[in-house]
Design a protein around this ligand. Structure first.
Ligand SMILES: [Zn+2]
Length: 106
């Protein structure tokens, strides 16, 4: 049973990181931040968005965002009883704000 969506899905890495409705909301958040439709049908697909025609700096930022999404999902699996979806989305929003603040300085 998946502890994030409480459905009877087995906690496989494919379900936890990609197919779970919780993971899908995280990936949708990233797509919205990038203002583009992205293919998140597997973990390699998620990492592959870094291989688009971005500048070298953008590739690092996008890769950091993908890793942060994976890390957040894993964090939520470990702390599912203490975390709500709105708390996670607030955390992700703070991450985005910090990135923008950092890059707007330059
Ligand atoms: Zn699930």
């Amino acid at each position: 049973m998946c502890s994030l969506c409480n459905n009877s899905h087995t906690e496989t890495s494919q379900h936890i990181f990609i197919d779970c409705v919780f993971a899908k909301s995280i990936w949708q958040w990233l797509s919205n931040c990038l203002n583009m439709q992205c293919n998140f049908s597997s973990i390699p697909d998620a990492i592959d968005i870094c291989n688009r025609r971005w500048s070298p700096l953008c590739k690092v930022v996008v890769l950091s965002a993908v890793i942060n999404c994976l890390n957040t999902i894993w964090f939520c699996i470990l702390n599912f009883s203490k975390t709500t979806t709105s708390q996670i989305l607030n955390y992700m929003g703070l991450f985005t704000k910090n990135l923008r603040t950092h890059f707007e300085k330059d």
